[in-house]
Design a binder for this molecule. Structure first.
Ligand code: TYC
Length: 99
């Protein structure tokens, strides 16, 4: 009791929400500079991190942009896809549940 005794940890009654990974996929047409702008503006990366992730996608086919709860991940996929199509780029952005 009080603050002089250790309290037993309480069992948590809330489970954390499932997380989803959002990825960009490579293609042969979307300009590198456009992908960097996407990573800066939709995933809050600085230019250095955005460039590293863009080059990873370019060389390996796929790159992790972030991990979010379902609705945040889905909104990012939708906003990135809309932005890319507005600029006539085929850039693909997808989400996968973290296993
Ligand atoms: N491969 C593209 C090019 O050479 C660049 C690119 C990088 C495209 C990442 C998509 O998610 C992507 N212009």
């Amino acid at each position: 009791h009080g603050n002089s005794v250790a309290l037993a940890p309480k069992k948590s009654r809330v489970k954390p929400p499932p997380l989803y990974r959002v990825f960009l996929l490579n293609d042969d047409f979307t300009p590198m500079d456009f992908v960097i702008v996407v990573l800066e503006n939709f995933f809050a990366m600085n230019r250095e991190m955005a460039t590293l992730v863009m080059l990873k996608v370019h060389h390996e086919g796929k790159g992790l942009c972030g991990e979010y709860p379902h609705d945040v991940a889905a909104t990012k996929v939708e906003r990135v896809t809309t932005f890319a199509r507005q600029h006539q780029h085929p850039l693909a952005c997808v989400m996968e549940e973290v296993r």
